[in-house]
Design a protein around this ligand. Structure first.
Ligand code: SF4
Ligand code: SF4
Length: 137
């Protein structure tokens, strides 16, 4: 076993490196990659289908302002990404196509405190900053 591993290491010594200096050098993500959800408040009707569909009960329907500059409120999804599997079912089942996937999967998501993992409608709509580089969206 030891010899086999040494032989393999020697064979690969001249090959180009496959490891990356993450997070400085990131892997290119496929087009259909499912990262942090994005909400289009203007399309959402607050029907709750996304919440009923979620296999991990990560979505609650809560009241939030209809847009950044409005005081009017309506029902929207709020996602606890600490419980999210990123399966994409909420996106697939939304009758209004109000939810979509972004390419954000570490910046803006990884937090120390559980309450920071709660993505309110304002955060999902990116009306509140989520500390993720725009280029990743
Ligand atoms: S995001 Fe879609 S499924 Fe969820 S409440 Fe809004 S319209 Fe309904
Ligand atoms: S991606 Fe899947 S687990 Fe995450 S909120 Fe949507 S349905 Fe729930």
């Amino acid at each position: 076993m030891v010899l086999k591993n040494i032989t393999r290491a020697l064979k690969n010594i001249r090959k180009p490196r496959v490891t990356r200096m993450y997070p400085e050098i990131r892997s290119e993500l496929p087009e259909r990659f499912r990262g942090l959800q994005k909400l289009d408040k203007s399309k959402c009707i607050g029907c709750g289908i996304c919440a009923n569909t979620c296999p991990n009960c990560a979505i609650k329907i809560v009241r939030a302002r209809v847009s950044k500059d409005s005081t009017k409120t309506r029902w929207f999804p709020e996602i606890d990404v600490g419980h999210c599997l990123f399966c994409g079912l909420c996106i697939d089942q939304c009758p209004q196509e109000a939810l979509s996937s972004s390419k954000i999967y570490t910046d803006g998501i990884i937090k120390w405190k559980h309450e920071d993992l709660l993505f309110t409608p304002d955060k999902l709509a990116r009306e509140e900053p989520i500390d993720a580089p725009e280029a990743e969206q």
